[in-house]
Design a protein around this ligand. Structure first.
Ligand code: ROI
Length: 164
């Protein structure tokens, strides 16, 4: 546990079992994380699946939290929420999923080890992360990668649709 709360961004995604309801439940679960407070939520977005063809579209969003949890404690909490929502890990890579919760950014931390890469390794190439993040944090600086706005401007929307 850290003493001072940190600002973190979490990406939410689902394409199974009523994805809109899954994301809403995901937001509720984030609201009740220990030592944390959910500050902002993006709208929900419908996105074309990245990965194997033949999957349903995804619903994606981003949440901003203030948390006193360490990045490792936060990861453990997010994995517990995913498991509680029926996510089974260890299946086919990039397969359809009930609820995915990714740490995108953790304050100004840059780290890479066997379990965690922060900033999230692929976030700068994913419209379904960049656009919702930009909605709630338009002036954000990405540690080691400059301002978010330039990444959004370079990233095609690929049919991303804001739904609510
Ligand atoms: N594709 C979209 N559109 N949204 C996601 O959240 C998402 N998550 C994933 C993979 C399988 C890479 N594809 C995705 O993990």
């Amino acid at each position: 546990m850290n003493t001072l709360p940190k600002c973190v961004y979490i990406g939410l995604g689902s394409n199974l079992d009523d994805p809109v309801a899954q994301l809403k439940r995901g937001f509720v679960a984030l609201d009740s994380l220990p030592a944390s407070c959910c500050m902002r939520r993006s709208s929900l977005y419908r996105s074309a699946p990245l990965g194997p063809a033949g999957q349903p579209d995804y619903i994606n969003a981003v949440a901003e939290l203030e948390t006193a949890l360490s990045a490792q404690e936060l990861l453990a909490q997010l994995q517990a929420i995913e498991a509680h929502h029926g996510r089974v890990r260890g299946g086919e890579r990039w397969a359809a999923r009930v609820l995915d919760l990714d740490i995108l950014l953790y304050a100004d931390v840059r780290m890479h080890d066997a379990v965690l890469t922060i900033p999230h390794a692929e976030m700068l190439a994913r419209e379904f992360v960049l656009y919702p993040l930009f909605e709630i944090a338009p002036a954000l600086e990405i540690p080691g990668a400059g301002n978010l706005k330039q990444w959004v401007e370079r990233c095609p929307a690929r049919g991303l649709e804001r739904i609510e």
